[in-house]
Design a protein around this ligand. Structure first.
Ligand code: GTP
Ligand code: SPV
Ligand code: MN
Length: 601
């Protein structure tokens, strides 16, 4: 078999940042004994280490160096064509009992699963280097911060985690010598990148993750979906905080009033774009800043929710990114970025569908084949991604390193819905907001393998990421609400409603500022709204649509409630609750009855 990750041999002073903590050392020895690597590389996160790993990755064709003038210090990685997205069917939550994992997770018995994974990992790193990566999730001084270690045989994972987390010495320092300190154990091996031997397994009760057989994204950057969301949500319930699939943004008025907003949209439904929103010219003096683009960890302080972004970088969808849709993202990815599965132009630049300017006359597509504009295949994979440090973002919020977090004024849920769901509406109160989150749905995207465009319920955008029973998760939301004296207002948005012609009714992107402004007005107690069965809806004059080229009929369509569609929607809510067995709470059933009553003839 071809060795996918040949060993590398660093010069003295690189790869020898052995931690002092005995618990970590024992665990690494145990994994090394099992996987039999050629050598162990202890990462420290230094520049020297990075330069060395990049040079080796280029030598071994793990990375392709891009044109230094076009995209300085940036690289292209091509993953295996069988390995381009998260694999939900091979993702397991291995709690002691099936009930603890609940009806929405794949469950596997922990003992059997450890045994199976051990067999797969036995000798898996022969001839390879085993990297030990220490990292922190969250600002180092935050009460919410968590430490993780990832063992991996992939250089791409090391270089990516270096961008995505606070990695290296900083984590070793924070961990210290305490043998009883809390830290997450992550083990990853590429094996032979074979979908038949691809498993992403979580053992919440042991704070352990084992991922084998993939080299891509959320399957292998164990800090992200695995720790920050699946294990994170499990710990959050036990420790009375929240781990959510939410962006966090700051919005400041020309008068200097600032609010922070967190928004949960499913994968590839607009979090990164919303987090980097650039207000249109009409909103002169308004400023939107990014705290995080994917994950929020929130805790209660003085009766409010405060959020930190546990991550240090962005793993964002590339296709569709342009100066028109998201110039902050374009500036972020103009340098020091790792691209995965985009096209390579003849002059060493990157290209993707939707980039500014026309397509190149010739390129190498994401699979490594020749591509021209006449090709029927896409040049970049629909789930191609950039990995870029958050420091590159020109709109980075100044409080992103604040350990205590930023106070959240509003929580927004949203998904891709061609019909039924209005552009924006507000929940009547916290519990009603929990119902909106619990029943939200979205058309599926390329971020996970499987059919695209199918409407599926995705509660709080956490369906693939909740590390325990979803009924207990809903209860946790209700319990948090009871502890808040100043809870965030809760909203639902839908940028993706389509007209009869099949086109989006709403221009989206920067123009979403108009919706955000209404949300902020509501938080300030100044925005107008009409009561409807689904919640508070803006009247046509409550949204500031000045200088927006949009048809009045389109606005009416965006805000309307179609009774027939809502009858179907409410039936789908019930069907979803039924599919969860007995886990759905009385409070949510009560909310559903109230909603249904609002649509009685
Ligand atoms: P993940 O990283 O998978 O969690 O995705 P995300 O939620 O961060 O989504 P992202 O912002 O990367 O957007 C995903 C896709 O949705 C891209 O193709 C965007 O161009 C598109 N998109 C984002 N915002 C809007 C919008 O307001 N309107 C429309 N029509 N499309 C949008
Ligand atoms: C998502 O799917 O929500 C992502 C991409 O952010 S991945 O990291 O692959 O999960
Ligand atoms: Mn995401």
């Amino acid at each position: 078999m071809k060795n996918l990750a040949p060993a590398i041999f660093p010069p003295k002073g690189i790869g020898d940042a052995k931690p002092a903590n005995k618990a970590v050392l024992d665990w690494v020895q145990e994994i090394a004994k099992l996987t039999q690597p050629e050598n162990i590389f202890w990462c420290d996160g230094s520049e020297r280490e990075k330069d060395f790993l990049i040079a080796e990755s280029v030598k071994q064709n793990v990375l392709i160096e891009l044109n230094e003038k076009k995209v300085p210090r940036s690289y292209l990685h091509r993953s295996s064509p069988n390995d381009v997205a998260r694999v939900e069917q091979f993702t397991f939550v291995c709690t002691r009992t099936k009930e603890e994992a609940g009806p929405t997770n794949n469950w596997a018995e922990p003992g059997e699963t450890y045994a199976k994974l051990q067999e797969l990992l036995r000798g898996a790193m022969r001839g390879r280097t085993m990297f030990v990566i220490p990292y922190i999730m969250g600002p180092a001084d935050s009460p919410l911060a968590k430490i993780g270690f990832e063992i991996t045989d992939s250089k791409y994972v090391v270089l990516s985690l270096r961008i995505m987390t606070r990695m290296g010495q900083i984590a070793l320092k924070r961990l210290g010598n305490d043998p009883d300190a809390e830290w997450n154990r992550g083990v990853h091996s590429l094996l032979d990148v074979n979908p038949e031997r691809r498993f992403i397994c979580h053992f919440p009760q042991d704070n352990t993750i084992i991922s084998v057989g993939s080299g891509y994204g959320g399957n292998v950057l164990l800090s992200k979906k695995c720790l920050a969301l699946r294990i994170g949500s499990y710990l959050a319930r036990k420790q009375n905080w929240m781990a959510e699939h939410m962006l966090i943004l700051g919005v400041e008025s020309p008068e200097g009033h600032k609010h922070y907003v967190a928004a949960a949209f499913p994968s590839a439904c607009g979090k990164t774009n919303f987090a980097m929103l650039i207000p249109p010219a009409h909103f002169k003096g308004w400023k939107v800043t990014t705290v995080g683009d994917d994950i929020a960890w929130m805790r209660i302080r003085d009766g409010r929710l405060y959020a930190v972004n546990p991550e240090n970088g962005y793993f964002g969808v590339v296709p569709g990114t342009s100066n028109k849709s998201n110039s902050n993202a374009m500036r972020s990815i103009a340098h020091d970025t790792i691209y995965t599965n985009v096209a390579l132009t003849d002059d060493g630049d990157v290209w993707w569908e939707g980039k500014d300017g026309g397509p190149p006359a010739h390129a190498i597509d994401w699979r490594g084949n020749d591509w021209t504009p006449q090709s029927t295949e896409k040049a970049a994979h629909p789930n191609s991604r950039f990995t870029t440090p958050m420091r590159n973002n020109p709109a980075l919020d100044p409080d992103v390193e604040k350990g205590e977090g930023v106070p959240i004024s509003a929580i927004i849920f949203g998904g891709r819905r061609s019909d039924t769901v209005p552009l924006v509406y507000q929940a009547f109160d916290w519990n009603h907001g929990v119902y909106l989150g619990a029943t939200m749905a979205s058309e599926t995207t390329a971020a996970a393998t499987g059919a695209v465009g199918r409407v599926r319920r995705d509660p709080m955008a956490m369906l693939p990421f909740c590390g325990y029973d979803i009924g207990d998760y809903f209860q946790h939301w209700l319990d948090i609400g009871k502890q808040l004296t100043n809870p965030p207002l809760i909203f639902n948005v839908n940028w993706f409603r389509k007209g009869a012609d099949g086109k989006f009714l709403w221009p989206g992107f920067g123009e979403n500022m108009r919706v955000l402004k209404w949300i902020i007005d509501r938080c300030e107690g100044s925005g107008g709204a009409l009561k409807s069965p689904v919640g508070w809806l803006p009247g046509p004059h409550d949204l500031d649509l000045a200088e927006l080229d949009i048809d009045h009929n389109a606005v009416d369509e965006l805000l309307c409630l179609d009774h027939e569609e809502w009858q179907k929607e409410i039936a789908a809510h019930q069907e979803f609750f039924d599919s969860l067995g007995g886990v759905v709470l009385q409070e949510l059933q009560k909310q559903r009855e109230q909603l249904a009553a609002g649509f009685q003839p």
